[in-house]
Design a protein around this ligand. Structure first.
Ligand code: GTQ
Length: 349
């Protein structure tokens, strides 16, 4: 590739004249913004073991009352982006949120989309658009853009969940903001409840009004059962994996980030091709190793890691007798809409 002129090659007074007019020569920076073959990637392979994070999160519970936090969250920040940016990848934000018994995180709504993957504890709930969603370990709860949400806790033990938001990309688009609100009234017959059974949707033929975000809670018992059924009935399948979808459209549950659950059968090793999306892995049950280039993480239950895009990834169940269950987030829905999504074969990475 042709070597291009450098900034230092230009006379000082010419550079000063450009700067004074808010002008910049492209050629010294062209290769930086359009690197050959593979993007410049800041996202570093990073792992956040739960046993290291948990005591610090519980300490936040002692140090900072809810009134001073609004959301008591430790952000899983990728050092490649700079910790202060609070990004796990270019598009994904990850946070571990703590709610103590009796606490309440007040209602608000914001433009970024959120999901919560429940990590530990019983008795907490989040109310989304009037629908009270109980939180149990492994459940996925959606808080799509613009919907009111608040969190409460009637149980006895601390409750922790993983927040996954598209905050970095929405912030980058200068479209991120929040509105404060009053406590919501819970609808005992929340409209979304009618979507909890697979295969049927509410559909009066004379007045069909599909909901934009019909399903807000994906209970882990159901997702786990779907994975086990898949493993049992389709033993030849390449990957025992299910996607969280919008039951009205059959498409992704959210517009920017995509979510799936993967079961690694006992002793299974799975090779994923290099794809253009960064990926987040969170261990729901069991243990899996994640190898990407020179990085290798062994995830124990509740551990979370992030792997940059354009990297082949190998997942291996650490047990020869038990399945391992992994929650996965990526930005494939956004990349597909933008025409940027790629899968590269092994000869081409
Ligand atoms: O629970 O609404 O981790 O608004 C970051 C921003 C959680 C929340 C986060 C939020 C929330």
């Amino acid at each position: 590739m042709q070597e291009l002129g450098r900034l230092e090659d230009l006379p000082e007074d010419y550079r000063a004249a450009l700067t004074a007019q808010n002008l910049v020569p492209l050629w010294p920076s062209l290769r930086a913004v359009l690197p050959p073959f593979k993007p410049a990637i800041k996202t570093q392979p990073t792992c956040w073991p739960y046993q290291d994070l948990r005591p610090l999160l519980l300490q936040a519970g002692e140090l900072t009352p809810m009134e001073k936090a609004e959301r008591r969250v430790l952000v899983l920040a990728n050092p490649g982006h700079g910790l202060e940016k609070m990004q796990a990848s270019s598009t994904m934000y990850l946070g571990m949120q703590l709610l103590l018994p009796g606490e309440w995180a007040p209602a608000h709504r914001h433009t970024p989309n959120a999901v919560r993957m429940i990590v530990e504890g019983e008795g907490a709930y989040t109310t989304v658009d009037g629908e009270k969603c109980l939180m149990s370990r492994g459940d996925l709860i959606l808080t799509p853009t613009g919907l009111w949400h608040e969190h409460g806790h009637d149980g006895e033990q601390p409750v922790v969940w993983l927040d996954v938001l598209d905050l970095p990309i929405v912030y980058f688009m200068e479209a991120s903001y929040v509105t404060e609100g009053k406590a919501q009234t819970v609808n005992s017959d929340a409209a979304g409840m009618a979507y909890q059974r697979g295969g049927v949707v509410p559909a009066p033929v004379f007045a069909r009004t599909p909901m934009a975000f019909p399903m807000l809670r994906y209970p882990w018992v159901d997702v786990r059962a779907a994975l086990e059924t898949l493993a049992r009935t389709q033993p030849e399948i390449e990957a025992v994996q299910v996607a969280y979808i919008n039951p009205e459209t059959g498409g992704d549950a959210q517009k920017i980030l995509g979510f799936s659950a993967l079961m690694l059968r006992p002793g299974e090793t799975l090779n994923l091709p290099a794809r253009s999306t960064a990926m987040v892995f969170h261990q729901i049950e069991g243990s899996a190793s994640i190898t990407a280039d020179a990085s290798r993480f062994t995830l124990a239950e509740a551990d979370t890691c992030c792997i940059p895009g354009y990297t082949p990834i190998t997942l291996a169940n650490q047990s020869a007798t038990q399945p391992a269950f992994v929650f996965i987030a990526d930005d494939a829905p956004l990349q597909k809409k933008l025409g940027l999504y790629e899968v590269r074969d092994a000869r081409n990475v």
